[in-house]
Design a protein around this ligand. Structure first.
Ligand code: ATP
Ligand code: MG
Length: 607
């Protein structure tokens, strides 16, 4: 095919334009439209870009029918991003979904025919049923225990273990609250019974039931397989056994599947995910084309070097799982030089938060947009200190987790009110003003509140809706069109159905886990001390390695500025008993002092 020939003259047809933005290996991904394809590549090498272009290329060349492509992503946000990117490449109409959303849609559609009656209600949170099951068993639980039990049940279900088969596989796992495996098994059983009695299903059931329907009902399977011919999976290193089983059921022995992933970014093992599927893909599909990408387009050489060092220092111990330690890919930086990563030691968490806010302010003053800055940490509990410090410094921020944006009560209220107002709006009304007026009654103000917590989150949600309206108005003006409230209502309608949260301005505060696949100009990795990174409960070699991968994910989110920090004590005036993370040793360049002197001002080894 001429498209694969780098010497081919470049024209301006759509398919050539699509390939123009890709390097030779990415092009190979994009032009290998048929058969199993497996892309093994490190962070920032353009995996997501390559598969997006592959789909667009398949459509532009007429090989794919858009409606017959199913692109599977890890989060609803990633799905929306891919959908938007596809649209801008001229490929609209492709189904881009999470495994869960794709399964739910199919289940809703086929349930009446395959099972009969309406689909049972969906359990959004397991906590209530688990608490009830525990009470029936006369077990005393608190919130943390219920959360741990829910996580254990989820692990069992995505590992495809029933209450009967669970104990054999659970032996050796840390049980919540130190319960016996038998107790957790009974609780799992009781939870399942309560759910069935109430005619409810949970998140994992959605996948389990879809698998069951596809495996047992040939007519349904044939219809679904007729609908979807080509499958693409992003972040394949974190697929669970249950998701893999579903993918197999969708494929039904066919081979048109393209998976991309990076085993060094496997960070969801605790939920039952495993990079085994990625690493064994070539063996399961002997005809697979395996393509490796090594050029890092995202980050400066300074950031890439830091990431490479972290992975090069891995040492599998005697207790590590064979096969789980894939040889890390060495990334080759493509971007021009940037600042060296900076290292900051702080006496306590408050000082770290204040110091971080101060440096963020410097970056913003230097012209880095706040939305291009992120502070990442290991546990959600660390967020609060940064929320306060940023509020104090007058810097806007958003908490990651926009996934459920349209389920937030204030957003639901706002959508209803905007819809009602749209019906009543007069042509003469100024829609931008009207939106502000309506949302003010729900807690919006033009200035961000200086508080944190619920008030602040509510304000951030409403502010996101205001800026959506502002953006739409500006775009309409640019096209020389009028922007009206019904336009906004229609856009909200679309976003609600697609769970497409509006972009929020401000610095992102997020856990390392929720940052995967994303990128920012400046990334602050905070709390890099023993007990947090690696987290205290990580003990085995495999667990410590997962923590290392998590830090690797964090480092590789940065395009340009990377700031590493840790604290010596949790609270001001506390005993300085914390030690910097063991992972930092491998990252230090030889000329960086091993331990920065203690001062209350951050010590900048480099800036
Ligand atoms: P991750 O492992 O973090 O998910 P990834 O491999 O999916 O990363 P992308 O997000 O696709 O990487 O790409 C990283 C960045 O590099 C993006 O900003 C992307 O637009 C850019 N990029 C990728 N390939 C190229 C290229 N050939 N030319 C220019 N920029 C590129
Ligand atoms: Mg990606």
């Amino acid at each position: 095919m001429s498209a694969q020939d780098p010497a081919a003259p470049t024209g301006t047809s759509l398919d050539e334009q699509i390939l123009a933005g890709l390097d030779p290996e990415q092009r190979e991904v994009a032009t290998t439209l048929r058969g199993p394809v497996c892309v093994l590549a490190g962070a920032g090498t353009g995996k997501t870009r390559a598969i997006t272009h592959r789909i667009a290329y398949g459509i532009a060349t007429g090989v794919y029918t858009p409606q017959k492509v199913l692109a599977l992503t890890f989060t609803a946000r990633a799905a929306n991003e891919m959908r938007n990117r596809l649209r801008s490449l001229g490929a609209a109409g492709v189904q881009t979904r999470t495994f869960h959303a794709a399964a739910l849609r199919q289940l809703q559609y086929f349930w009446p025919q395959a099972v009969g009656g309406p689909l049972p209600g969906l359990v959004e949170h397991k906590a209530r049923l688990i608490t009830e099951a525990a009470q029936n068993m006369r077990l005393s639980t608190d919130r943390a225990a219920v959360r741990d039990l829910a996580a254990e049940i989820e692990w069992a279900k995505v590992s495809m273990l029933t209450p009967d088969t669970y104990p054999a596989r659970a032996a050796g796992r840390d049980m919540p609250l130190g319960y016996e495996v038998r107790t957790v098994q009974r609780l799992y059983q009781s939870y399942e019974e309560l759910k069935t009695d109430r005619h409810l299903i949970d998140f994992e059931d959605v996948l389990l039931l879809t698998v069951a329907v596809l495996e047992e009902d040939e007519r349904v399977a044939a219809t679904v397989r007729e609908q979807y011919r080509h499958f693409v999976v992003d972040e394949y290193q974190d697929v669970s056994p249950l998701q893999q089983r579903l993918l197999d059921a969708w494929l039904g022995g066919r081979q048109d599947v393209c998976v991309v992933g990076d085993a060094s970014q496997t960070i969801y093992s605790f939920t039952g995910a495993t990079s085994r599927h990625l690493l064994e893909f070539p063996r399961r599909h002997p005809q697979a084309r395996v393509i490796k990408l090594v050029r890092d387009y995202r980050s400066t050489p300074q950031v890439v070097e830091t990431a490479n060092r972290l992975l090069a220092a891995r040492r599998p111990g005697a207790g590590s799982t064979p096969g789980a330690w894939a040889t890390p890919l060495h990334l080759e930086a493509q971007r021009p030089d940037g600042p060296r990563p900076s290292w900051n030691e702080y006496p306590d968490d408050e000082a770290e938060a204040a110091g971080t806010a101060a440096r963020i302010k410097d970056l913003v003053d230097d012209g880095v947009p706040a939305a291009e800055i992120a502070v990442l940490f290991r546990t959600n509990g660390q967020s609060q200190a940064f929320e306060s410090a940023l509020a104090e410094a007058g810097i806007g921020f958003q908490l990651r987790g926009t996934e459920r944006f349209f389920n937030r009560p204030e957003v639901k209220q706002a959508v209803v009110q905007l819809r009602t107002a749209a019906r009543a709006a007069e042509a003469s009304d100024d829609p931008v003003r009207l939106v502000r007026d309506i949302l003010s009654s729900l807690g919006y103000s033009d200035r961000a509140p200086r508080s944190t917590g619920a008030v602040r989150e509510r304000w951030e949600s409403l502010a996101a809706l205001v800026s959506l309206a502002d953006r739409m108005a500006a775009e309409a003006t640019a096209r020389d069109e009028e922007f009206t409230l019904p336009d906004l209502a229609a856009e909200l309608e679309r976003r609600v159905t697609q769970q497409d949260a509006p972009v929020m301005d401000g610095v992102t505060l997020a856990s390392l886990h929720s940052a995967k696949g994303l990128e920012w100009d400046a990334v602050f990795l905070a709390g890099l001390s023993e007990g947090l990174v690696p987290i205290g409960f990580a003990e085995t070699d495999d667990e410590i390695d997962e923590e290392r991968r998590l830090l690797y994910v964090g480092i590789t989110r940065a395009r340009e500025h990377l700031v590493l920090s840790w604290t010596l004590s949790r609270t001001p005036g506390g005993r300085p008993s914390r030690r910097p993370s063991r992972f930092l040793d491998a990252l230090r360049e030889p000329d960086i002092p091993r331990r920065a002197p203690r001062r209350s001002r951050p010590v900048r080894a480099h800036s």
